[in-house]
Design a protein around this ligand. Structure first.
Ligand code: 5GP
Ligand code: MN
Length: 341
């Protein structure tokens, strides 16, 4: 556990905070995506290589398309292994919070997380809550994985990024940047990707596992959603997708099956807002994507108890599918007209 170089600022404070500790824990957000799991596992590999015992906790199980990530089998799922996960969080000297910035984003682990005394935040979403002893918050970063890479390098630990860590970090870069096509993708992102590739990422395997490993059910559900459950409103530049519990059951829904569906709505010519409403047993999950200057993070924060990024945000509603859609339709014209293209 040594840090060869420790420049000034939060990086130095993080190094000082970790110095002398033996047990650490990493936690990420509910419904963890590629960046959440990739950054958590990537950082865990590096810190383990530096001598720490590191537990990775996720609030609920990640989608199956992330199971292949190196180290995924050892992740503690709070909803499933509550005792072990609680023990990991409470006995860690420091808990690192990755890819989320409000403590209510960790589902049922919230109470335990709030009780943890020393927390570190590494995240790229808007509007961070002030709960960490050391906070890295950069809304310009395309992925938390990119931030983890930069922090590890600034701590002088780049040599500890082996093929496994590199593969995890690269995965988050790919998933959060829409395969390097969202405007958050910067020349620096490409340089980080190139360095990770040199450290042993097999990009063909990563892309194959993420993009070309669909179940037949998922692909048929996508076809059904686009042909039967999508409404296009050209005058508002909006496409709306919706799926009920009944629809999901019909296609044997498994978590992660609807990942990316909303982006198809946004890919329609002339559309600058895509909304996806999915009925869950308890709530309706809302996913919004936009192009240009349409701040969907603000919209979900104000109306759907959520947040995220300017062009990609999510939230939820307790009003049922019909009620949620009705309220969305009432709010939509004003939101669109307040932000002309
Ligand atoms: P998705 O629509 O894929 O679930 O999420 C898009 C973005 O919005 C992600 O960056 C995610 O972290 C954020 N997000 C999704 N759901 C919520 C939510 O309920 N609350 C907040 N604050 N952010 C969310
Ligand atoms: Mn992210």
């Amino acid at each position: 556990m040594s840090f060869p170089s420790a420049p000034a600022g939060p990086v130095a404070r993080l190094s000082a905070l970790l110095e002398g500790r033996s047990r650490l824990a990493i936690i990420t957000h509910y419904n963890p995506d590629g960046d959440a799991v990739g950054s958590s596992l990537g950082l865990a590999h590096v810190l383990r290589a530096n001598g720490f015992a590191v537990d990775v906790v996720v609030p609920n199980a990640p989608a199956a398309f992330l199971n292949w990530l190196p180290g995924a089998a050892d992740v503690l799922v709070f909803d499933r292994d509550r005792e072990k996960a609680t023990e990991a969080l409470t006995n860690a000297g420091v808990v690192l919070c990755l890819d989320f910035n409000r403590q209510d984003r960790v589902g049922k682990a919230e109470e335990v997380l709030r009780s943890v005394p020393v927390k570190v935040l590494i995240d790229h979403h808007q509007d961070p809550e002030d709960f960490a002893a050391v906070a890295f918050s950069d809304t310009s970063a395309c992925a938390t994985c990119q931030m983890v890479y930069d922090i590890v390098c600034a701590m002088g630990l780049a040599h500890l990024i082996g093929p496994e860590a590199a593969t995890c970090l690269y995965t988050g870069l790919v998933t959060d940047s829409g395969s390097f096509r969202f405007p958050s993708t910067k020349p620096h992102t490409m340089r980080v990707a190139a360095d990770l590739m040199e450290r042993g990422v097999n990009i063909e395997i990563v892309h194959g596992a993420i993009m070309d490993d669909n179940s037949e059910h998922r692909l048929r559900l996508l076809g059904f959603t686009l042909s039967e459950r999508m409404t296009v409103l050209p005058e508002l530049g909006t496409a709306i997708l919706q799926l009920s519990q009944e629809d999901l059951k019909r296609f044997n829904f498994a978590p992660g099956d609807t990942e990316g569906f909303v982006n198809y709505g946004l890919s329609i010519r002339g559309i600058r807002l895509a909304a996806f409403f999915m009925e869950r047993p308890d709530v309706v999950k809302v996913s919004l994507r936009s192009k240009g200057d349409l701040p969907v993070d603000q919209f979900t924060r104000e109306h759907f108890n959520g947040g995220g990024h300017r062009n990609a945000a999510g939230g939820q509603s307790g009003e049922g599918l019909k009620g949620t859609l009705q309220r969305f339709m009432e709010l939509l014209p004003r939101f669109i007209n307040d932000h002309p293209a």
